[in-house]
Ligand binder design. Structure first.
Ligand SMILES: [Zn+2]
Length: 144
């Protein structure tokens, strides 16, 4: 495997690891500290390793992703149930909005965590300094 392939697969592994840590609500750098200080409020920095996390610019992207994911779950389910079983209206009017709300609330924080992890791993926005520091070789003191 060439150096370029090694670098690419290593970058992919780092991005995947940071996104999985964010998905679990953990700091993308150390995986231990809490990423969120409230439901959707990202901590300013990691309490465990001190990594600055306030640089994220997730904005509305997690909400868009949740809409896409929930839509791809609820709409096929709704169509399958409505065409095959034709439940009473009151069941449809309580089941589908409730399922949509529960899934949306359940997915919003993990998806936002994954987006913050992605931004951190890619060095986007204010995370570029952090990425540069992670990539820099360790300076050995010279004794000449
Ligand atoms: Zn940390």
């Amino acid at each position: 495997m060439s150096d370029l392939q090694n670098t690419a697969s290593s970058d992919f592994a780092n991005v995947r690891q940071a996104m999985l840590r964010g998905l679990r609500g953990r700091c993308p750098h150390c995986g231990k500290g809490r990423l969120f200080r409230a439901f959707l409020k990202v901590s300013d920095h990691c309490a465990d390793c001190g990594e600055e996390l306030h640089h994220h610019r997730a904005d509305d992207f997690p909400a868009y992703l949740v809409i896409v994911i929930v839509g791809h779950i609820v709409v096929p389910l709704l169509l399958a149930v409505e065409t095959n079983y034709t439940p009473p209206y009151w069941v449809s009017m309580t089941l589908w909005p409730s399922l949509t709300a529960v899934l949306s609330l359940a997915l919003l924080q993990p998806v936002k965590g994954a987006v913050v992890g992605l931004q951190w791993a890619m060095g986007m926005h204010g995370f570029e300094t952090s990425k540069r520091n992670r990539a820099a070789p360790v300076q050995q003191p010279s004794f000449t």
